[in-house]
Write a protein that binds this ligand. Structure first.
Ligand code: ZN
Length: 242
């Protein structure tokens, strides 16, 4: 194997939104792969502030460990306006977040992760990156069907068939809960990474940055904030236990 091929074989593309999950996922990838590129999607989301957070987070992560700095590759931002245009949801329209008759929250953007992963695979194809890494989680999520492990595995098969590749779709958070995600961040980057995630990542669906809670910035009441706050509380309790 040539040097170039070896680097490509251990290269990864991380779906990086600037939230808690994808930042932890990026740290996980930086710990494992020789070259790590990132991709973000602009689909007219209300919480577009997360796209600004991304720009602060990449150099801040690189500053935590010299090997992470060496592995951090290019960043890509793809415009997916069409996804926002066809999805009439609380993530892309200024309406209240609530449950729908179908049992899903109205923040569900149909097919979002399928579209994201398909574009990510097209980009990974061009960049010669084999691993595609996302923060999808089935354990304590909002019930989005495209976060499920079966969806991701089926998509891996479809993408590999359709592009004649051997992509590996990695989802390190799939089977852990939000408290464990905080603990994983600590294991990867110590308190410095936990502090960085608290201060600089964005999770709130409403795009609010104002209030600073012990778990970070956000409205504190939307489903994403509640999940994050509850996970941080349980993470703290675990650490305090003897
Ligand atoms: Zn919120």
């Amino acid at each position: 194997m040539t040097d170039t091929a070896r680097v490509a074989a251990s290269g990864a593309l991380v779906l990086f939104s600037g939230g808690q999950d994808s930042t932890t996922t990026l740290a996980w990838a930086l710990e494992r792969f020789e070259r790590v590129e990132t991709v973000g999607f602009d689909y007219g989301q209300r919480h577009r502030v997360e796209l600004d957070c991304r720009q602060h987070l990449r150099p801040a992560l690189a500053a935590l460990k010299p090997e992470w700095a060496a592995r951090m590759g290019e960043d890509h931002t793809l415009s997916l306006e069409a996804l926002g245009a066809v999805s009439d949801t609380a993530l892309t329209r200024d309406v209240a977040i609530e449950m729908t008759e179908g049992g899903l929250p109205n923040t569900f953007v149909p097919g979002r992760n399928i579209v994201f992963l398909t574009f990510a695979a097209a980009l990974a194809y061009r960049r010669g990156l084999r691993h595609i890494v996302g923060g999808m989680c089935e354990t304590d999520f909002s019930g989005y069907p495209d976060c499920r492990d079966d969806t991701i595995k089926a998509l891996q098969v479809a993408l590999n068939l359709g592009m004649d590749q051997r992509f590996v779709l990695e989802t390190p958070l799939m089977w852990i809960d939000k408290a464990d995600t905080w603990a994983l961040a600590e294991a990867l980057g110590g308190k410095a990474l936990v502090d960085l995630i608290v201060e600089e990542t964005h999770t709130c669906y409403l795009g609010e940055r104002g209030a600073r809670h012990d778990w970070g910035h956000g409205c504190g009441t939307c489903p994403a904030c509640r999940l994050r706050a509850d996970g941080f509380r349980r993470y703290g309790e675990t650490r305090a236990a003897p």
